[in-house]
Design a binder for this molecule. Structure first.
Ligand code: SAM
Length: 297
């Protein structure tokens, strides 16, 4: 079984990028009255304790959401999309302390209307059980379905949705190399079934050929399908190996990640340029800060 648990990574810089972009898209898509179906093919546990053992062990939120929060300058207002994300996380916590971090299912449920639906896939038995228990506590729980299934396969039977409006988040752990190929297969199939859906894929930027090739392949896919696309990346540190005082090799951890969106809302690019410019500044470790937002179609 998989060893990846998102609890170790919740609130890290990759979550800052992914969840800021996700929320910006949700805000836009729920402006229209028509119902919309949301799908999260790799949902995780839904809610995470930043003061729990998992998060404390890795301390990734300390260089992600918590750093963003503490580095914010009250005299300099945040870009609207970044402020919206920070406020959303704050709404899960008592004033002045951030102990809980909402994963993508809870970010989506935050905007869910009576007419909308959210379908969550999570394969890991422990995380699926936690997710079900977390969802069961929500008033909106009846609008949400949790499936302990392979999200790459499971999505197929729900496209196109009855409302002909959908946002699909595909956020694998890439723990298995084949995930990269499966993302491309999922998008190829999904565009064939439902070309006008909005699709967002998160991917790591690491020195591995499959990871390097993924955004390029997704761009080709979008171009062939003649659909607009957007690719946004956030880099917070170097990818080079370092050495500690004893001369031991220190692996830098994830230095950067990206989100690739097919059929993005037309407002997304401007929102992300402003938000990621600030996020890169506030999350930079050392001299390494960068972001890029590219679009086409
Ligand atoms: N989307 C979540 C968020 O933003 O809060 C984080 C998801 S985490 C990066 C990836 C999750 O996918 C893990 O919880 C893992 O157990 C689960 N997973 C791995 N392979 C899967 C598959 N084939 N289908 C569904 N879930 C899978």
């Amino acid at each position: 079984m998989f060893s990846y648990r998102h609890a170790f990574h919740a609130g890290n810089h990759a979550d800052v990028l992914k969840h800021t972009a996700l929320l910006a898209m949700l805000r836009h898509l729920t402006q229209k009255e028509t119902a919309i179906h949301f799908f999260d093919t790799h949902a995780g546990a839904g809610l995470y304790r930043l003061d729990g053992d998992y998060a404390q062990t890795s301390g990734e939120a300390a260089h992600g959401f918590l750093q963003l929060q503490s580095a914010m300058d009250p005299a300099q207002p945040l870009a609207p999309a970044l402020q919206d994300y920070v406020s959303l996380v704050a709404s899960f916590n008592a004033p002045g302390s951030t102990k809980v971090y909402p994963g993508s299912p809870f970010i989506v449920q935050h905007v869910l209307r009576e007419r909308d639906r959210l379908r969550l896939f999570e394969l890991h038995p422990t995380d699926a059980k936690t997710l079900k228990a977390n969802v069961a506590q929500l008033d909106a729980g009846r609008l949400i379905t949790v499936m302990q299934e392979d999200g790459f396969e499971g999505l197929k039977k729900f496209l196109p949705p009855p409302s002909r409006r959908a946002l699909v988040l595909c956020d694998p752990s890439y723990e298995i190399k084949s995930d990269y190929g499966r993302v491309v297969e999922l998008l190829t199939d999904a565009l064939r079934r439902f070309a006008t859906g909005t699709y967002m894929v998160w991917y790591p930027i690491i020195p591995r050929s499959e990871a390097h090739d993924l955004p390029r392949k997704l761009k080709t896919l979008a171009q062939r399908a003649e659909r607009p696309w957007l690719n946004a990346t956030l880099t917070v540190k170097t990818s080079k190996l370092g050495h500690d005082d004893a001369g031991e090799v220190v692996r830098p951890g994830l230095p950067a990640s990206g989100v690739f969106v097919i059929n993005p809302p037309h407002t997304l690019k401007a929102s992300l340029v402003a938000a990621l410019g600030q996020a890169a500044q506030l999350l930079a470790q050392g001299k390494h800060k960068a972001f890029e937002v590219e679009s086409g179609g």
